[in-house]
Structures are given as C-alpha cells and as structure tokens.
Design a binder for this molecule. Structure first.
Ligand SMILES: [Zn+2]
Length: 449
C-alpha cells in the first residue's frame, strides 16, 4: 500500500500536470519520501534476489539475507561497481523483459550495457519534466536538442520530458556546431539543450556571428567550469543550467537548482548515499534504484565525488541537493574528449613508432575549452613532428568518436615530448599516474585520500 503512495497522490491530486506537481512538491514531507523509499528498497532487494543471477550469487557469497535488511546502509560493504557491469554478462542483472538498451562509451574495451522497459524510460522522462519546469520551461517554449543519440539515453529521456511539458521541439542531434548554427537560426528556438563541450564551440560561433533571444540553455553530460558558464551566459545573455546523471541512472540522477548551486537529487526513483565522507562531507555518491524492474542496481558506485548541500528555498526543496562533482573516484575522467581512462591512451599510443613506454595525460583548462596535455616520452632519434602526425592518424583510425570531437573543437591536444625516464617519479613508490585531472579543486583530492 505504502509503495503506491506516489501513484495515488499523482492520480488523485496532480493528474498529468507538471505545474501542479511542482506546486505540490514543497509540501511533500521528507519523512514520507523516506518511508516510501525504504519500502521500495526492500521490495527491490527481494526482486533482484529472486530474479538476478548476479545478485543472488553475490548475496549468498556475502552471507546477506535480503529479508533481514531494512535499509541500504545495512548492507555494509556490499556494492555494485562498473567493473561488475563490464565483467558479467548483462543478462545476469536482468530481472524482467528489456525493451530499451543503452551503452556507456569509451572507458574500457567493453562498454557497459544497461537495459530498461519503455515504461521506466517514460517515468524517468516524467521526473525530468518536473526539473525542467522548475528551471522555467513552459508549453509555449521552443526547444532544440543537440544530444548525441548513438547508444545514449539522454535524448530519449528528454523526448519524454518534452512530451509531458508539451512544447514544440526539434531533434538536431550532435551536428558540427557551424552546421547547427546555420540550420537552427531561423527557428528562433528559445531553449537549447546541448552537450557541454559542444556548447563552448557553438558559443564561439555565436559570439562572432550573433545570438538570438534565449530563455535558458541546459547542458548535460559534464561538469562545466564556473568561468566557462559565466562566459557562455554573457554571450547568450541567458542562464546556463546543468543536468547530472549517468547511463546507469538513465541520466536522471539530478537536475540543477535554479539558484545554480548544486543538483536536486531524484529521490523519487533513487536512494542516495555519500560513501566515506571526509571532514568537508565529500565522498563517493552511491545510488540504489527504487522503481526499476528490468535492471535494478543495489548500491551502485557512481565514482563521482560530491557532498550534500544544505536545504534550499526553490520548489524542489524537498529533494536533497548535492554539490558539483569535484572529481572521479578513480582515473575515469569526463572532459571535452568524452569519458577517458588509461585504457584509451594505451590503445592509442601503443602502435605509434618513436614512443617509449612511459606517458601521462593531464586534462587542463587554461581557457574555456579542455586541453589534453599528452606528456610523451620518446625513443632516441624520434622526430617529434612525425610522431605527432602519426598520433593524429592513429586517433582518427582507432577512435573516430574522439577524433570527431577533436575536429569539432570540443577539446584541444597539446603534445609535450620528453626524453625517456623523465616522467616516472624516483623512490620506492615508482607508480606513475597515467591520467590526471588538473582541473580538480583541492577538496576532491582530499576526499580521495
Ligand atoms: Zn533548489
């Protein structure tokens, strides 16, 4: 009965109106949200124990009896990780017939696959509509979306959100920014929904050639530096908001508060925890799905370092807020190139003559655009210009997706050639960190250690 409370509230009081739902949201008692969440959590635990080969096996190995567990914290050090998703067949997680599938790209040789039912995708889109309404989206607005649709969920979820709000929209998908600019100009779209790094290039074009009246811009998929946001806002004379999510959460972990300070968590569909917070409250965000039947996750480690913020005063205040993501729990970094990890560079550099074994890649941000500084040790007599040309060719052939982003100006490459033996630190811990995020503030580094 309790599990059905949101549905009853929706049916009796809210109907399909997003506006009414948002007007009701501040009056939603936190205790009720928590109570319903925990009931849904227990039902999910039973569900995966009955139907998922992965969870059944892991629970047994860890001596976990689902019936005795009241809340996620009771599971101690039991988690689901992205390595589990990559290493186990997707079918081991699937508990009901899938109808939609998405992938996360680029982090390792094998992409993670996550499956959903159509209803689950629609529901998440509905929650997304509430967040968009909170940012000011209304039925009379005209929206264009420039998301990349290949294997990615963001565009489909957005489509359901826009359907609920009922505004005019066009799917442009991720075109080269110049072409996008030319083609959308005459439509006078007043809401742009785009990819963060791509927006920087579009804004450079708009700064040269002119803008049109825009109500707000929503950018997904990455963290944007505040200085970049301010610059983009000044060019378009419009607010820039960000969404936060991963494919594992169907891109719907949270949407930014209109105050531009943190993301309101989607506590209707997820139970969130901050793992091992440091003195400032920073730790890894972990989530459990509450409403998914096809491929639920129990305590999924997001890898993102953040902290909870104090309550705010906007209509979504009954949903807690997290701060900006300050870093990754391991070396997977989201930047203008995409999601990058050491594996990519090992593969990219591996076949290039003239390179020695040691290398390091740092993501830096000297201006609005991410710059990947490739610190490469070369063999004796190697000619830097020839090595660089070979590297560019190799990138194009092996990683067309990253090469496309490079050609689109979503990030720059800086080649630094070094004599052999310069990168690896001296001393007993001769471990070389392969991929560094040099954009990260000190707080994140403290949280990791
Ligand atoms: Zn807020």
């Amino acid at each position: 009965m309790l599990e059905a409370v949101p549905t009853i509230i929706e049916t009796l009081f809210l109907g399909k109106s997003i506006g009414r739902r948002l007007a009701f949201a501040p009056h939603l008692p936190r205790a009720l949200v928590k109570h319903v969440s925990l009931a849904q959590f227990r039902a999910t635990l039973e569900w995966v124990n009955q139907r998922s080969a992965f969870y059944r096996e892991r629970f047994r190995a860890a001596g976990i009896e689902p019936k005795r567990i009241r809340r996620p914290e009771d599971l101690g050090d039991f988690f689901t990780t992205s390595a589990d998703l990559r290493e186990r067949p997707t079918e081991d997680f699937v508990c009901a017939k899938p109808e939609a599938g998405f992938e996360t790209t680029g982090t390792t040789a094998r992409n993670k696959r996550v499956y959903f039912s159509n209803e689950e995708v629609r529901d998440i889109g509905y929650e997304g509509a509430v967040g968009l309404w909170n940012l000011g989206l209304r039925p009379e607005d005209r929206v264009v979306d420039a998301f990349d649709y290949a294997f990615w969920n963001a565009g489909i979820t957005l489509l359901h959100s826009l359907e609920r709000v009922g505004c005019f929209h066009v799917i442009a998908s991720k075109l080269p920014p110049e072409e996008f600019y030319e083609r959308v100009r005459e439509y006078r779209f007043n809401v742009l929904i785009v990819d963060t790094a791509w927006l920087v290039t579009l804004t450079e074009i708009a700064a040269r050639r002119g803008t049109w009246p825009v109500k707000f811009i929503l950018s997904g998929s990455e963290n944007m530096a505040e200085a970049t946001r301010q610059w983009v806002e000044s060019v378009w004379r419009a607010k820039v908001y960000q969404a936060y999510g991963q494919t594992e959460s169907l891109g719907a972990t949270g949407v930014e508060c209109p105050r531009q300070r943190g993301y309101h968590l989607n506590e209707v569909n997820f139970y969130f925890e901050i793992l091992h917070p440091n003195a400032e409250g920073y730790g890894e965000l972990v989530f459990t799905t509450l409403t998914r039947k096809v491929m639920p996750f129990i305590r999924y480690r997001s890898n993102d370092i953040t902290r909870l913020l104090p309550d705010c005063d906007c209509p979504l205040r009954s949903m807690r807020r997290i701060d900006k993501i300050v870093g990754r729990a391991d070396e997977i970094i989201s930047c203008g190139m995409g999601m990058i990890s050491p594996w990519i560079f090992e593969t990219w550099f591996g076949g290039v003559p003239g390179l020695a074994d040691d290398w390091q890649v740092a993501v830096t941000q000297p201006g609005p655009r991410d710059v990947l500084e490739l610190r490469l040790e070369t063999t004796e007599g190697a000619e830097p210009r020839a090595v660089q040309a070979a590297l560019e060719r190799e990138l194009e052939q092996r990683f067309p997706y990253y090469y496309k982003n490079y050609r689109m100006g979503m990030y720059d490459l800086r080649f630094v050639f070094l004599p052999r033996g310069t990168l690896r630190p001296a001393g007993p811990r001769r471990k070389l960190r392969r991929v560094l995020d040099e954009r990260i503030p000190a707080a994140a580094v403290a949280a990791r250690d």
